[in-house]
Design a protein around this ligand. Sequence first.
Ligand code: SF4
Length: 213
Amino acid sequence: MELTECPPAIASLKRELARRNIELDYCDTGTAARNLVLSRLPAGATVMNGGSATLEQIGVLDALRTGPYEYPRPKIYLINDPVKRLAARRNASIADYFVGGINAITSAGEIVNSDGSGNRIAAYAFGAGKLILVAGINKIVPDLGAAFERMRNVAARDECRHLGVDTPCALTGNCDNASCRGPQRQCGKVLIIENEKVSGRICVVLIGEELGY
Ligand code: SF4
């Protein structure tokens, strides 16, 4: 499908990611991004997603639920046995295709994500056959310091509030890393993707809108 020409700042990020063996495609709207993501998913493939407000907002998750894919997430929700459910979640992290969001991406192309349990970033790091990461332009930050700031004081905080847990960030609006321990913490595991060895494995779909958190 035809892609939108990148604005200059995005073209620079595309070059930086290319040096890291990561593709970037730019779409000016969420609808265009949804169509691009779906065009990359072959019918019949096993496709899993990581939790992502952006994917929900642009309609990718609805398409996975109704499309011609082997999509394990709805089945996992129906498993009551905790041992079987954990096994199914582990298996889903090695899906043929995995789509997910980004907590922050630096101008130099470092991709930063955190997780509570780590299933999403396990797929990001190695498990998934191909990885498609979708993000609005609001996820672009100048450097790793700003990426960690955003990851905790925006992304993890809003995820904690979404889940209704009483972590310090959810209660006060600000991260208190030193006092935040226990199973409610949503950013206990952190992944920085600096480089990809396998050509064509990772594609970032950047959208010219503010999306997600
Ligand atoms: S360490 Fe705790 S308080 Fe800080 S962002 Fe993560 S979940 Fe929130």
